[in-house]
Design a protein around this ligand. Structure first.
Ligand code: NDP
Length: 334
């Protein structure tokens, strides 16, 4: 549960508190309910924002409330006609070991692993991050063949899928990430070019790599990298503002210094929230599944083991770049 709102970084041992929960069994269920044990918990950069008591696209997590989060869980007892014992579900149960899901809850989804897929894909390439990549690049970024697309946070869950969809759409892709290993992985994924933004001469290399200027900038990080990208924008380029992880722990988030480029280059800069595309999830998921089955999309996961107690520390890893691909906590083994 959320114990106190952090001012900057999450403080392990202070921000969250473990609270014992009564062990539930079949007798605790009503008709139309199923008892689930959580296997994987998704960790997402946005979680930091949910801890702030400010106006946003979702209400803040209340003090004393169970931390919000998407999970993959196994049904262990059931009085439901939709979820039988042994099946897997996707649900937004939050940071728990056990939970009760309901037939009538539209956000719970039965999980059948598609061909070429694995269970964890429901929180990654076929889940929120894959869908964010899909709608952000195709609908907001209006990517088209021949575009030069630059992706920040490119070796993360969202960014790595953006890079690959951009290639599938016939774009030339430059990926930006925070280590040489990540840069190598981006090249393996098919990026035409990839740079480590922590290199001392990154700004110079970035200018060289963007000498033809940028058509689409898919931004996951904000801050200095967004500023640099603005300075290399093509007239009428599209800047997809997906996230700004470099600013999430700051008490005074900074906007871009180069914002006058938006005028001079007639840039369309647009933020979006993936939840607005809910109606279109099934079709997008189908296309992503097909690409996965055909081997056109690859993905990685970083799975932190150790149960719910490690979630708080693992969350910090997102802001330190310890993950490649989707970051998950294994709450119980598959
Ligand atoms: P990632 O898997 O991309 O993990 C976050 C990554 O961000 C880290 O691995 C790290 O990689 C990078 N990073 C951390 N701090 C910094 C920094 N200061 N500067 C540059 N890079 C940094 O997470 P997600 O794929 O889940 O999310 C990516 C972005 O998309 C986030 O901003 C998130 O909030 C946003 N998002 C937006 C959604 C929407 O609907 N708009 C939905 C889902 C996600 P590295 O080693 O390269 O630094």
């Amino acid at each position: 549960v959320l114990a106190e709102r952090p001012k900057a970084d999450v403080q392990p041992g202070k921000t969250f508190q473990m609270q014992p929960q009564k062990k539930l069994n079949k007798d605790d269920l009503k008709e139309g309910q199923a008892l689930v044990e959580i296997i994987y918990l998704s960790l997402d950069p946005a979680m930091r924002g949910w801890l702030n008591d400010t106006r946003s696209y979702v209400p803040p997590v209340p003090i004393g409330g169970v931390m919000r989060g998407a999970v993959i869980a196994r049904v262990v007892a059931s009085k439901s006609s939709k979820y039988e014992v042994g099946c897997h579900v996707y649900a937004a149960c939050g940071w728990r070991e056990q939970a009760v899901v309901e037939d009538k809850d539209g956000d719970v989804q039965r999980l059948d692993v598609p061909k070429g897929g694995r269970l964890t894909d429901a929180l990654g390439v076929l889940g929120m991050t894959g869908l964010t990549a899909y709608f952000g690049l195709i609908d907001v970024g209006k990517v088209k063949s021949g575009d030069f697309v630059v992706v920040s946070g490119a070796a993360g869950a969202t960014g790595s899928v953006v890079c690959q969809i951009a290639k599938l759409k016939g774009a030339t892709v430059l990926g930006l990430a925070g280590s040489d290993d990540k840069v190598e992985w981006l090249r393996d994924l098919g990026c035409d070019d990839a740079l480590n933004y922590k290199d001392a001469d990154f700004a110079t290399k970035f200018r060289t790599s963007t000498k033809g200027f940028i058509d689409v900038f898919f931004d996951n990080v904000g801050g200095d990298i967004l500023d640099l990208a603005l300075s290399r924008a093509k007239p009428h380029s599209r800047f997809v503002i997906c996230g700004a992880i470099s600013q999430y722990n700051s008490t005074e988030p900074k906007g871009p210094k180069n914002y006058l480029m938006i005028i001079s280059m007639r840039i369309r800069m647009e933020g979006f929230i993936v939840f607005d595309y809910k109606d279109q999830y099934p079709a997008a998921r189908q296309e992503l599944s097909n690409w996965l089955a055909e081997g056109k999309i690859q993905r990685k996961e970083t799975i932190v083991k150790g149960g719910l107690g490690v979630a708080e520390r693992a969350l910090l890893g997102l802001y330190e770049g310890t993950n490649t691909g989707k970051l998950l906590v294994e709450v119980q083994s598959e």
